[in-house]
Design a protein around this ligand. Structure first.
Ligand code: SF4
Length: 217
């Protein structure tokens, strides 16, 4: 857990408390938080992760000032987060969940969460997934974040993904691969491509621009 500035998506620039859940059900080649899942079959409590109750988490984050709590991972929906989210909302926090979109959240969770940041994976992650994102029609707010490695190929795939699901382009954000060592150049390539070829929004990861690959920033 840490407090910082949200570096991504529609809430970019907002102060936020981050709660990182351990473990993931995917293995994206360009994952920038591999420490949250690599070797998870052998993960040890107290070394790789800490088991905490909602009460303990709330107590710890009450030391921070932000009113927005970002629940991230790994894939946070692998954990039983419902009680925690309910406690956060009751305590007056606004909750954003960052998910890879492979796990459908319960009805109750959909009602509680203010913003869903969903990042579906395209083939540049190293695999292919059949996504069913119909549940997004019943949430309070959401946006889709796509990581682009090769603008020409990836954007074609993203556009077809959106078209098949009838997703409004205003809900979509493209961002360059955060593990690219030449991040600014990758961002420029993506922006050049976007302004000529399509009307999709491009955003950087603010924390990546400012602090590089550091953790908990
Ligand atoms: S879903 Fe997210 S946390 Fe999991 S491997 Fe992919 S990028 Fe990493």
């Amino acid at each position: 857990m840490f407090e910082s500035i949200q570096g991504e998506g529609n809430v970019i620039g907002r102060p936020s408390i981050f709660v990182r859940m351990y473990g993931c059900n995917l293995t994206c080649s360009w994952c920038d938080t591999k420490y949250s899942w690599v070797g998870q079959e052998r993960a040890k409590e107290g070394i790789d992760y800490a088991r905490m109750s909602s009460k303990q988490i709330l107590q710890e984050i009450s030391e921070f000032d932000a009113s927005l709590v970002t629940i991230t991972g790994g894939e946070p929906l692998l954990q039983p987060v419902e009680h925690l989210i309910k406690s956060l909302v009751n305590a007056g926090y606004e909750v954003l969940i960052e998910t890879n979109g492979t796990i459908k959240p319960s009805k109750e969770l959909r009602k509680l969460v203010s913003i869903w940041s969903v990042s579906p994976k395209t083939s540049n992650a190293g695999f292919s997934i059949k996504y069913n994102l119909e549940w997004l029609q019943n949430v309070r707010d959401y946006y889709l974040k796509f990581v682009v490695v090769n603008p020409r190929e990836d954007v074609k795939e993203i556009l077809s993904f959106l078209q098949q699901r009838n997703i409004d382009h205003s809900k979509v954000i493209l961002q360059p691969d955060g593990t690219n060592e030449d991040y600014v150049n990758a961002l420029r390539d993506l922006m050049d491509f976007a302004k000529e070829e399509l009307q999709l929004r491009v955003l950087p990861q603010l924390h990546r621009l400012v602090w590089g690959h550091k953790r908990a920033i």
